[in-house]
Design a protein around this ligand. Structure first.
Ligand SMILES: Cc1ncc(COP(=O)(O)O)c(C=O)c1O
Length: 400
């Protein structure tokens, strides 16, 4: 490996919610008891240093002593076009279809507001990313969940009949689609995307496709952009991407949309721009340029190899050692979504007991109930393998 994915990154005192908020906020895991150090396995960022070209690019720009008003450079747009062409096999992407967004969630919310009225309902799959549920509720929209279901091989699948029924029943014309899926880790296959997009087409539903996880692909799985499955999908979809999840840049803020259809694009732009809250930061622009360089491609390839190893280790460990804990092996993302129902039934415990028992011994994992898993825990595996192994040793010894 060219890059370092094995050293433990010291993040304390370096603006990291993952470690500094433990025990300090009621929404964060509790701090460990004496004798245990904390292993951050909750909020979705990584305990790896980013690709060096990000820092180089930011430092080079920071060396010039003026930070006045600016417009995004040609290099910014070309970096995105080249990245999307190489990674996602996107064809015909031009600068006019790309727009800056202050966070992927910000775009999801602002795009929803462009196509709905207060009180309208939005279709989401469940389990679901808690950011969606909170922010959709916050802007006065209702949520209708279409539950994903595990097939006989424990692969999460969409229920197209249920989606169709709910879109019709609730007069829904806007949906949020997550690809790859957080927290279930599905990398949707082409036929699944085609079927889902057919259901949305039949119900004249605008699709906001959150593809923030599209670069984090495990064990050879391939991401297929929602917009690529048909001409209708291309024109029905607001796709949202970012280098933030891929390169550990969430603190720099900076995402972008791709919208081919002019009507959708004008509506989303109008909503995003009129408040003047949706402006790019010059260092964030340079971070993206630094990330989307040839070195970034190589770094992500290595990252995906490391994360695949972590996921493979964890899933095998669970199967061998934690009877009653069930996990559908993720194909993308670095999240595990553990179903502890059987284990809790067998041991007379609640998922809250299990969570607390982990926190006590430094396994700072996350309550899965807010992701609509009634007895679930979400676990972030973007750490050096040695730390993941240590966490699972502690879980075996003290929790399960
Ligand atoms: C599916 C999904 N969308 C959006 C976000 C947040 O993105 P941003 O920080 O750009 O708003 C996350 C973060 O975990 C996520 O998992």
């Amino acid at each position: 490996m060219k890059y370092d994915f094995t050293s433990v990154l010291e993040r304390h005192g370096k603006d990291a919610m993952a470690v500094d908020s433990l025990g300090n906020e009621d929404w964060a895991p509790k701090a460990p008891e004496d004798g245990f150090d904390a292993i951050p396995m909750w909020v979705a960022d990584m305990n790896f240093p980013t690709v060096p070209t990000v820092q180089q690019e930011i430092m080079e720009r920071a060396g010039h002593p003026a930070f006045g008003y600016f417009t995004p450079s040609e290099e910014y747009y070309q970096s995105i076009i080249q990245w999307q062409t190489a990674r996602n096999k996107v064809e015909g992407l031009s600068k006019e279809c790309i727009g800056y967004e202050n966070g992927v969630l910000g775009c999801v919310v602002s795009a929803l507001a462009a196509f709905t009225s207060p009180g309208d309902k939005v279709l989401l799959h469940s389990p679901t990313y808690t950011g969606f549920t909170n922010s959709i509720g916050n802007i006065g929209l209702g949520i209708v969940h279409s539950p994903l279901k595990q097939d006989e091989n424990h692969v999460w699948r969409m229920d197209y009949g249920d989606m169709d029924r709910k879109l019709k029943e609730h007069n829904i014309h806007a949906a949020v689609f997550c690809s790859p899926h957080n927290p279930c880790g599905r990398v949707w296959e082409r036929w699944e995307l085609e079927k889902a997009m057919e259901v949305y087409r039949a119900n004249r539903c605008v699709v906001i496709s959150d593809e923030i996880w599209s670069d984090i692909l495990l064990n050879g799985h391939k991401h297929i952009p929602t917009q690529s499955v048909s001409e209708d999908a291309r024109n029905r979809t607001v796709a949202v991407y970012a280098p933030s999840k891929t390169f550990n840049l969430a603190g720099l803020v900076g995402s972008y949309h791709i919208i081919y259809d002019k009507y959708l694009r004008d509506r989303v732009r109008a909503n995003g721009s009129k408040s003047h809250y949706n402006n790019m930061n010059v260092l964030s622009m340079h971070a993206l340029i630094g990330a989307y360089q040839p070195e970034g491609h190589r770094w992500v390839d290595e990252l995906c190899q490391v994360l695949s190893g972590n996921i493979n280790f964890a899933c095998s460990f669970i199967e061998e050692h934690f009877e009653g804990v069930q996990v559908s092996k993720p194909e993308g993302t670095y999240m595990l979504f553990l179903d502890c129902s059987q284990w809790c039934r067998d041991h007379g415990k609640t998922v809250g007991d299990v969570l607390e028992a982990g926190w006590k011994v430094g396994v700072a994992w996350q309550d899965g109930r807010m992701f609509h898993g009634p007895c679930a825990i979400r676990m972030n595996l973007a750490l050096p393998l040695a730390r993941v192994q240590e966490a699972f040793r502690r879980l075996e010894k003290y929790v399960f």
